[in-house]
Design a protein around this ligand. Structure first.
Ligand code: PEP
Length: 253
């Protein structure tokens, strides 16, 4: 069975005290994860170690970085390399979140380098893709997302690709309260899986976890996660409330 994943994206929120309290509250609220389920907290860099220590004894719960450098090391002030993440035991990193694509002008080519860096360091990239509203209005979202996958992932071997998690996050649904319908999510996830199948074959395509992101909350998680090609969610706003995120994690199949 594919891994079912609830990933929290705290973005640039919370003080250290608020962050540790939130993680502790979540652990108290959560139902133990099953073997094929994972909970991942993408937390601000300064809190990685603190949150990692809090979740260390809870099976199937991990931390993720929200980004990593496209370079291995050197004169890149302010950046964080995968070797640094690896050296503190971080096993996951978000790559290509739409906010970084927009505000840091991250291109598909740059994201391919970040994916390569992650895989070389044994870190699982959670690769984010998804279309803006004007592309959805023109009904060109399938081609748009395929292009993102081609330019950032399809240079990988099948073995490498199987170490990647994909998060489909339509930009018009992120932080807007406007969730994609479960049909829209399922349609795009099926499309992504078909694109993976054309490139890598059915066995590989069936093994990749594809998460949905965009205003997931406790009230809609069950419906969205019930769809056959949706393997969990990447959750922003609702992950900042322990009871909400615990309910979302419980909605995993
Ligand atoms: C996100 O930041 O990845 C996200 C999906 O945010 P939200 O859940 O707030 O829409």
């Amino acid at each position: 069975m594919r891994k079912q994943i609830a990933a929290a994206n705290w973005k640039m929120n919370l003080s250290l005290t608020e962050a540790t309290t939130l993680a502790e509250q979540f652990l108290q609220e959560m139902t133990p994860a099953k073997n094929h389920q994972l909970i991942v907290f993408a937390v601000p860099f300064p809190y990685l170690t603190a949150i990692q220590q809090i979740v260390a004894d809870t099976p199937q719960v991990f931390v993720a970085a929200q980004d990593c450098s496209a370079h291995a090391k050197g004169a890149y002030t302010g950046d964080t390399s995968v070797a640094m993440l690896q050296s503190i035991g971080v096993q996951y990193a978000l790559v290509g979140h739409s906010e970084r694509r927009e505000y840091q002008l991250e291109s598909n080519e740059l994201l391919a380098q970040k994916v390569n860096q992650c895989l070389a360091a044994g870190i699982t990239p959670i690769f984010c893709c998804g279309e803006p509203s004007n592309v959805r209005e023109e009904e060109k979202q399938a081609g748009y997302v395929t292009h993102q996958l081609k330019e950032s992932l399809f240079h990988l071997s099948a073995d490498e690709l199987q170490k990647v998690v994909i998060a489909y996050e339509p930009i018009w649904a992120i932080g807007t309260g406007k969730t994609a319908t479960s049909e829209q999510a399922q349609d795009m996830h099926a499309h992504i899986r078909e694109a993976l199948q054309i490139q890598y074959g059915a066995e590989v395509a069936q093994s990749i976890s594809i998460l949905y992101g965009g205003s997931v909350k406790a009230a809609n998680a069950n419906e969205i996660f019930s769809r056959s090609d949706v393997d969990g969610g990447l959750v922003g706003g609702a992950s900042l409330v322990a009871t909400e995120f615990a309910a979302i994690a419980q909605a995993l199949r």
